[in-house]
Design a protein around this ligand. Structure first.
Ligand code: CTP
Length: 402
C-alpha cells in the first residue's frame, strides 16, 4: 500500500509554540491511514495538552520515561521498535542539541537512540537561534547521520520577528513523510549493493585507493529500503553512517569485497555495483613498513577480478546495474561497457574537475540495451530515487518483477 497508510508513525513533539500545528499533522497522518503514537517532552506539554493529541490519534500520549503504567502496556524499547518512521515536529534547538549529543535523559531522546526507524526533523525556533553556529553545527551532525531535515520556513514568527525559523506547514510535513514511506515498489526483493572505494595495501600502513566517498551507493541503499527491499550493503572504507534498515558488511580490499558478494549472492534479485573497486592490487604486500632507502620504488600490480562482470555472467543471476565513471566520451564508453559486461543497466557519470566522487550532487546517464535516459543534476538522495524508479521499469520489462 502506498505512503503512510498502515505505517506506524511516532510523532515527537518538543517545546515550542509550533506544537499546536503538530495537532494538525497528527490529524493528517491519522486521516492518511497511519497508526500514530505521540510522545511529548515536558516543555511541549506547556504549549499543548497531551489530551488534545490523545483525542486526535485515539492512542494514549506518553510524556515520561519512568511511567510504570505505560511501560507495562508498551515498553519504551518496544515503542522504539514499533515505529516505521519517527517525526520530531516541532524540533526545538534544545532537542536538536540533545539528539546531536546522543543524550537519553527523557523518553523522546531515548526513543530516538533506541529506534532504527527513519527520522525526520522539522525545526522551529527564533531566527537568531536558528542561525547560531551551535545550532547549525548540530544540524550538520544530524544531516550527516542521514536524518531528514524539513524546513524551517521563512515568515512571521510568534515572537514578532520576521525571518527563518517557522516550522514547515503540517501538509508539507505530511507529504514528505508520505513520500519517504515509499510505495513498496521493491517489497519482497533482495538487493545487494557494493559501495565506496577499496584499499589495496602494499605494506601494513599504506595502500592504493581512490576518492570514492560511497555517498551514491549509500543513497541507493536507502532508496531501496524505503521502497520495501531487503538490502545488504557491502562497503569499502567510508565515513558514512549505515542508513536505517540496511544490513552492512565492511571490507577493505577488492578480494574481500568479492568474497562478501559471492557469500551472499544466492537469492539476490538485484545487484547494484556502486563501488569504485581498485582495478589492480600490489602483487606481494610487504610484511613490514617500506623504508625510504632507495631512490626508486617499484610495485608490481596484479589485476583484480571484476566483481560486476562475474555476477553478470552467473547463470540465473540477479538483475545487474553497474556504474561507470568517465572523464570523456561518456555515452560511447558507457554503452560499450554495458554490452561488454552483459549488464541489464548501467549508470554513467562524468568525473574529474570536482564532479562526481565527493560531491553531494550528481547527474547520471542511465543506459539499458534498447534505451537510455538522462537524469539531471540533483542531490544523491533524489538521484538514487529516480534511478531505482527507472530500474523498476526495466526489471519489470525484463520479466523479473513477477
Ligand atoms: N567493478 C567491479 N569490480 C571491479 C571493477 C569494477 O565490480 N574489479 C564494477 C564497479 O562497481 C562499477 C563498474 O564495474 O559498477 C565499473 O566498471 P569499470 O569497467 O571498472 O569502469 P571503470 O572503473 O570506469 O573502468 P575503466 O577504467 O576501464 O574505464
Amino acid at each position: 500500500m502506498a505512503g503512510v497508510a498502515n505505517q506506524n508513525i511516532l510523532l515527537g513533539v518538543t517545546g515550542g509554540i509550533a506544537a499546536y500545528k503538530s495537532v494538525e499533522l497528527a490529524r493528517l497522518l491519522v486521516k492518511g491511514g497511519a497508526r500514530v503514537r505521540v510522545v511529548m517532552t515536558e516543555a511541549a506539554c506547556r504549549f499543548v495538552s497531551p489530551l488534545t493529541f490523545q483525542a486526535v490519534t485515539a492512542n494514549p500520549v506518553r510524556t515520561q520515561l519512568f511511567d510504570e503504567a505505560h511501560e507495562a502496556a508498551m515498553g519504551h524499547i518496544e515503542l522504539a521498535r514499533w515505529a516505521d518512521q519517527m517525526i520530531i515536529a516541532p524540533a526545538s534547538a534544545d532537542f536538536m542539541a540533545r539528539m546531536a549529543q546522543g543524550l537519553a535523559d527523557d523518553l523522546l531522546s531515548t526513543l530516538y537512540l533506541a529506534s532504527t526507524a527513519s527520522v525526520t526533523v522539522a525545526p522551529a525556533m527564533n531566527r537568531r537561534m536558528w542561525r547560531h553556529p551551535a545550532v547549525q553545527h548540530n544540524l550538520s551532525l544530524l544531516e550527516d547521520r542521514g536524518i531528514r531535515i524539513l524546513g524551517p520556513e521563512t515568515g512571521e514568527q510568534a515572537c514578532g520577528d520576521t525571518g527563518i525559523g517557522r516550522m514547515s506547514e503540517p501538509s508539507e510535513i505530511f507529504a514528505a513523510l508520505d513520500v519517504a514511506a515509499g510505495s513498496g515498489l521493491f517489497a519482497g526483493r533482495k538487493v545487494l549493493i557494493t559501495a565506496g572505494p577499496t584499499h589495496e595495501p602494499f605494506d601494513p600502513v599504506r595502500f592504493i585507493g581512490n576518492r570514492s566517498s560511497g555517498k551514491m551507493g549509500f543513497a541507493v541503499a536507502q532508496a531501496f529500503v524505503r521502497e520495501g527491499a531487503e538490502v545488504l550493503l557491502v562497503s569499502g572504507p567510508v565515513q558514512l553512517a549505515t542508513p536505517a534498515g540496511v544490513q552492512r558488511i565492511n571490507v577493505q580490499t577488492a578480494l574481500q569485497m568479492r568474497e562478501a558478494v559471492f557469500d551472499n549472492i544466492q537469492a539476490v534479485d538485484i545487484f547494484v555495483a556502486c563501488a569504485a573497486v581498485a582495478d589492480y592490487r600490489p602483487e606481494s604486500p610487504r610484511e613490514n613498513k617500506i623504508k625510504k632507502t632507495d631512490d626508486r620504488l617499484e610495485l608490481n600490480l596484479l589485476r583484480n577480478p571484476d566483481i560486476l562482470a562475474e555476477v553478470a555472467a552467473l547463470e540465473k543471476g540477479p538483475f545487474t546495474l553497474g556504474f561507470a565513471a568517465e572523464t570523456e566520451n561518456l555515452a560511447e564508453n558507457a554503452r560499450a561497457k554495458l554490452s561488454k559486461k552483459k549488464l541489464d543497466m548501467l549508470a554513467a557519470n562524468r568525473v574529474g574537475d570536482d564532479l562526481g566522487f565527493e560531491s553531494d550532487d550528481n547527474s547520471l546517464l542511465v543506459l539499458w540495451p534498447n534505451g537510455e535516459k538522462q537524469l539531471p543534476l540533483q542531490n544523491k538522495q533524489q538521484l538514487a530515487h529516480a534511478l531505482i524508479t527507472l530500474l523498476e521499469q526495466q526489471y519489470r520489462d525484463a520479466g523479473r518483477g513477477d
